[in-house]
Design a protein around this ligand. Structure first.
Ligand SMILES: [Fe+2]
Length: 188
């Protein structure tokens, strides 16, 4: 069994009952990750696993600092003893360093978790930021607008998303370019 199936069942256990909307979102993000298999090769399994687990830090039982990438990654590292690469992807998903800075958790995040390979980091950001909170595919600009309207202009999350927008758009652009190049190469 690959990591992806294991990750799906772990995420289901953690999210499905307490946070059904996050669970729906995670299913959509994982489906997006599966669609990137042609450009990721053997690393697709790792990306899909990280997609299932990227938001587990929102689960009430896992909340510690209140910064979900760090809480989720620490849980995976300390309790689950998960693969280092998987922990790193969850810790840094969707340009998390910017929100970490705003929460005074930048040093904690970056000293505990290194960055993963940029292509994988970008791929997870793409999957998260082109999937709605309900798990439906949507354009990155709609996704950014949705976050701003959900949290409101003064919220720390909105300010962090503003700081992360260049990083998010660059990641989405890089993945779309890789997908187009792949389509041109295969003729599909
Ligand atoms: Fe997240």
């Amino acid at each position: 069994m690959g990591q992806a199936e294991w990750a799906r069942e772990l995420a289901r256990t953690i999210l499905e009952e307490p946070l059904p909307r996050r669970w729906a979102h995670s299913q959509g993000v994982a489906a997006k990750a599966e669609s990137l298999a042609p450009i990721l090769g053997e690393e697709a399994d790792l990306l899909i696993a990280s997609a299932w687990l990227h938001d587990i830090g929102y689960a009430p039982d896992l909340i510690d600092t209140g910064f979900h990438p760090l809480d989720g990654a620490r849980y995976l590292r300390d309790v689950i003893k998960a693969d280092d690469r998987l922990c790193r992807l969850v810790a840094h998903h969707t340009c998390a360093v910017n929100e970490a800075r705003n929460r005074d958790l930048f040093d904690a995040l970056t000293s505990e978790f290194d960055q993963e390979r940029p292509e994988l980091v970008e791929a997870l950001t793409y999957c998260d930021m082109t999937t709605s909170p309900d798990g439906v595919p949507l354009d990155v600009t709609e996704r950014l607008a949705e976050i701003h309207s959900r949290y409101g202009p003064e919220h720390l999350v909105s300010r962090s998303i503003t700081a992360s927008t260049p990083c998010i758009l660059a990641a989405v652009g890089a993945v779309e370019t890789a997908l187009r190049a792949r389509q041109n190469y295969t003729g599909r």
